[in-house]
Design a protein around this ligand. Structure first.
Ligand code: AMP
Length: 303
């Protein structure tokens, strides 16, 4: 595996395989790699000739300096894990390389970014993500870029960005990887105390409680949401949001009459966690309620 810290170095390394017609896959990450990130790299390895992973803790998407400072970093371990996952090229730029003096451009996707994560984390968050993703897509120019369903709103925003700017890249969204107790893997989980780690799986259990209510025939979002809220409160958690939303616009759904997304965000101690699950009313799946209530995972989808 080769490592590039500079943009021109990265482009030079990709020039020859690109000329030879090799397909290029990009997995953007902020490091502190875990099985969720590695699943994206393995999928890229299966589908592409050359796999590039970017490792960049993007200051532009953090609204709080303390959150940025506390973000876990272990570049040596990340490089080892990426190499084991079959990555060809690691792009690990400095903040100055990505945002040199005089940097003045912001990419901003309207609509979807104003709700839920956008509303909670502030307007700068998704602008920061959109700007760095646009920049990474421009630098690497991959055929496919891989994102996790765990950050569903981010993935939907990236799809919008790629469509709106006519970028020649396919966006692949891969399923959320979870610990056996359901907690979605996240670099932030490392910050949880043992007691908080015991509380954290309630986020996923809350989503499954909503799914169960919908499988049992509930069609009103407020009523379907109620058992999820109970699960969270029983675990001592108060959500920042717990909603049933349209999977493309992330607007709250007035009725449960098609495939939706149940989304949740909550602070466990000072650590902010998010999760989501696809929710389908029984008549659109044709599946017996018990199958979905058992927690069947949605498959990763690709655009
Ligand atoms: P991050 O390093 O948190 O910016 O995440 C980099 C990529 O990994 C994003 O596309 C995330 O959605 C994805 N990702 C993070 N956690 C998981 C997970 N548990 N399962 C699948 N993908 C994930």
């Amino acid at each position: 595996m080769n490592t590039a810290a500079g943009i021109s170095q990265l482009r030079t390394a990709l020039a020859e395989p690109r000329r030879a017609g090799c397909s290029i896959g990009l997995v953007p990450t902020m490091g502190a790699l875990h099985e969720g990130h590695l699943s994206l790299m393995r999928r890229a390895r299966q589908e592409c000739d050359v796999v590039v992973v970017s490792l960049f803790v993007n200051p532009a998407q953090f609204n709080e300096q303390a959150d940025l400072d506390a973000y876990p970093r272990d570049p040596a371990r990340d490089a080892r894990l990426a190499e084991q996952a079959g990555v060809d090229l690691l792009f690990a730029p400095s903040p100055e390389e990505m945002y040199p003096r005089g940097f003045a451009t912001t990419v901003s996707v309207a609509g979807i970014t104003e709700l839920l994560e956008g509303a909670q984390r502030g307007p700068g968050h998704f602008d920061g993500v959109a700007t760095v993703v646009a920049k990474l897509l421009s630098i690497v120019a991959p055929d496919v870029a891989y994102f996790g369903a765990k950050d569903a709103q981010q993935a939907a925003m990236v799809r919008r960005l790629v469509r709106d700017l006519s970028l020649p890249v396919r966006i692949a969204v891969c399923p959320t990887v979870r610990d056996p107790d359901g907690l979605a893997l996240s670099s932030r989980n490392a910050r949880l105390s043992p007691q908080q780690r015991a509380q954290a799986p309630a986020l996923h259990r809350a989503l499954l409680a909503i799914r169960r209510a919908v499988c049992d025939g509930e069609t009103h979002p407020a009523a379907a949401r109620a058992p999820g809220l109970t699960v969270l409160r029983d675990a001592g958690l108060e959500p920042e949001y717990l909603e049933l939303v349209d999977p493309d616009s992330f607007r709250p759904a007035p009725r449960i009459d098609r495939r939706l997304l149940a989304v949740v965000a909550a602070r466990v101690g000072s650590t902010r966690l998010i999760d989501n699950e696809a929710i389908e009313p029984p008549q659109t799946t044709g599946a017996p309620p018990v199958a979905a209530a058992a927690g069947a995972q949605p498959t990763g989808d690709t655009q």
